[in-house]
Design a protein around this ligand. Structure first.
Ligand SMILES: NC(=O)c1ccc[n+]([C@@H]2O[C@H](COP(=O)([O-])OP(=O)(O)OC[C@H]3O[C@@H](n4cnc5c(N)ncnc54)[C@H](OP(=O)(O)O)[C@@H]3O)[C@@H](O)[C@H]2O)c1
Length: 349
């Protein structure tokens, strides 16, 4: 049987389990999958296309004869093992922030900059989940009217912080409803000093703070947008907030276009025909995207498009997508599909 051998690193995680599901739906030929995680999970079994596959501990040798390695086990694991995978001939598609801003590494959203995969030197980075959905919605508008400024406020789901954060939110919610004592040990950021409950709450901190008061998540959105759109001049600002939703990031986005002539109906027409976008914009019938409705879907949903009341070239919109699918697993598998489609990947023996 010919086809690619694909490794999934972090196969037991929030993103990794979705990667396995997305690979089951991929259109390129797959000979076999290698499911990798930490030593803790070695020996566990996961179904792939109805057959049991065993989780193995990740080692450098795991990548022998692997054609494509999808990484989502945290930045330090990518730093440790992605070079080992590349050394053994695999192309790495990395979901962590480890290589995103490396000038040698393309940062790819296939609907936006698929051709960038051609320049890879072994590693291709998958952007931050909040950035991906914003790019899918804004690039078609930018192509038509140019973009001068983007201001985004996010309402991000808890699964973006991994399986253990979702578990903790559910426990907190149950305990709060029972009026029992509850614990907060993970959010807003595992690496920070204090932790706050996310159940029935909204936390204006995702990742750690930088010196200028922005969080790293906010800087990811700002810097990655400029890199993906290949535009250093575009003005971008972000406020990232965690809310008690399991899956599906929502974003309130304000843009200022460069060219004259944009209107709500013109933007709606562009987005109606844009790849990967579903327009849900009919306020009179209360049609707009929500996180619950977007969860489990691969597309990016856009609605609530309004013209700013003061700024002639300013528009507001609401952008929603499943952070584990388009924001992570599906975008990674799409990148693998692009490599296959463009003839950039060889099957190893
Ligand atoms: N969640 C999202 O929406 C999202 C979106 C884009 C990118 N990402 C990025 O993807 C990465 C994973 O996120 P997640 O949400 O899936 O986290 P998660 O649910 O906590 O899963 C972490 C995964 O990493 C594995 N792992 C931990 N230590 C390891 C080691 N020493 N060697 C090999 N594997 C190890 C875990 O395996 P065990 O089960 O064996 O511990 C598990 O499979 C993070 O870098 C995150 O920033 C997440």
């Amino acid at each position: 049987m010919t086809g690619y051998t694909i490794a999934v690193v972090g196969a037991t995680g929030a993103v990794g389990t979705k990667m396995i599901q997305m690979l089951e739906q991929a259109t390129f030929p797959i000979k076999s999958v290698k499911l990798l995680a930490s030593k803790r999970s070695a020996g566990k079994k996961i179904l792939f296309k109805g057959k049991e596959a065993e989780i193995q501990e990740t080692t450098a040798e795991s990548f022998e004869n692997v054609d494509i390695a999808l990484f989502s086990a945290g930045g330090s694991i990518s730093k440790q093992f992605a070079p080992e995978a590349v050394k053994r001939g695999a192309v790495v598609i990395d979901n962590t922030s480890a290589y995103r801003m490396d000038s040698e590494v393309p940062l790819v959203v296939p609907e936006v900059n698929e051709e960038a995969v051609r320049s890879h030197k072994g590693i291709i980075a998958n952007p931050n989940c909040s950035t991906i959905q914003m790019m899918v919605a804004l690039e078609p508008i930018r192509k038509q009217y140019g973009l001068d400024r983007i201001i985004v406020s996010t309402y991000q789901a808890v699964s973006g912080a991994g399986i253990s954060a979702v578990k903790e939110m559910k426990e907190q919610a149950q305990k709060m409803l029972n009026e029992e004592p509850y614990e907060a040990t993970i959010l807003p950021s595992g690496g920070d000093k204090k932790h706050f409950p996310i159940a029935f709450n909204a936390l204006p901190q995702i990742d750690l703070f930088t010196e200028d008061g922005y969080t790293f998540e906010e800087l990811k959105m700002i810097n990655e947008t400029k890199k993906i759109m290949s535009d250093d001049k575009i003005k971008v600002s972000a406020t990232c907030v965690r809310i008690p939703v399991v899956s599906g990031h929502s974003e309130s986005v304000y843009i200022e276009v460069k060219e004259d002539g944009a209107s709500v109906s013109a933007l709606q027409d562009i987005l109606r025909n844009a790849p990967g976008v579903v327009l849900q914009d009919d306020p009179s019938n209360q049609i707009y995207p929500t996180a619950l409705a977007a969860a489990g879907k691969k597309e990016t949903f856009v609605g609530r498009i309004r013209k700013d009341r003061d700024e002639d070239k300013g528009f507001h919109m609401w952008i929603v997508s499943d952070n584990l699918l388009k924001g992570a697993a599906w975008n990674s598998v799409q990148i693998a599909e692009s490599l296959h489609k463009l003839g950039l990947i060889k099957v190893s023996n």
